[in-house]
Design a protein around this ligand. Sequence first.
Ligand code: NAI
Length: 252
Amino acid sequence: MGKLDGRVVVITGAARGQGEQEARLFVAEGARVLLGDVLDDQGEALAKELGENARYVRLDVTREEDWTAAVAAAQEAFGRIDGLVNNAGILRFNELVSTSLEEFRRIVDVNQTGCFLGIRTVAPEIAAAGGGTIVNTASYTALTGMAGVGAYAATKHAVLGLTRVAAVELAARGIRVNALCPGAIDTPMSNPDGVDPEAVAGLYRKVVPLGRVGRPEEVAALALFLTSDDSSYVTGQPFVIDGGWLAGVALF
Ligand code: NAI
């Protein structure tokens, strides 16, 4: 028996990275999954590989009409929606004083507005199915600062605000809302050139207590916990998954 038997979950940014691993794990645990992304070839190929319990749709999370179409596609394919993982996100490196307004707005659009649109569009469908879960993807930079990612960190702080308000507003409709706060996960976002984690192991040993970069499969396992009944009394919370990075500084 799978932990998500009978559940239908929409996952954004599901073509690669953490979203891909969430889609793989959720299907393995019995869910039917609608994968959304803007990387159509990768998304289509993954859905094909996952089989009849997966469908891919183009879902640019900044576009209201894409959200409406995605919900319609999930309803048509699977007949209900019980869960949403707002995973899509973008990262740009720039000091605040060098960040253009255009870049700042783009990051807000994808990371923050995309999350809002997902909650607004999908929550009524989840409520209509009798309740369920929303997992928003924040970051460890939702809880602390980091030089060079001001716009990104601002949006991830905002995702936590959205998570808390949504949890309070949607509890009466049977929907739990929580946030993932990953740090240092080996995906195309943090490692676009696909550098072997062993090659940068020295860096991680200095700053991450567990001494290594995280794997997207590990984040997927936390998303599964927050989407399944294992977390039935948990809502409105940030869940840090960062190898202990935020816990403190090791001087010796
Ligand atoms: P990734 O870059 O591998 O995956 C992100 C996915 O989002 C991609 O498939 C991309 O095409 C998609 N995407 C981008 N813009 C989109 C849009 N407008 N509409 C729909 N999809 C869009 O990165 P990763 O690491 O898997 O990131 C997943 C989430 O985890 C993001 O929200 C990211 O901010 C967050 N995160 C990642 C960390 C890391 O160390 N990798 C650390 C903290 C948070």
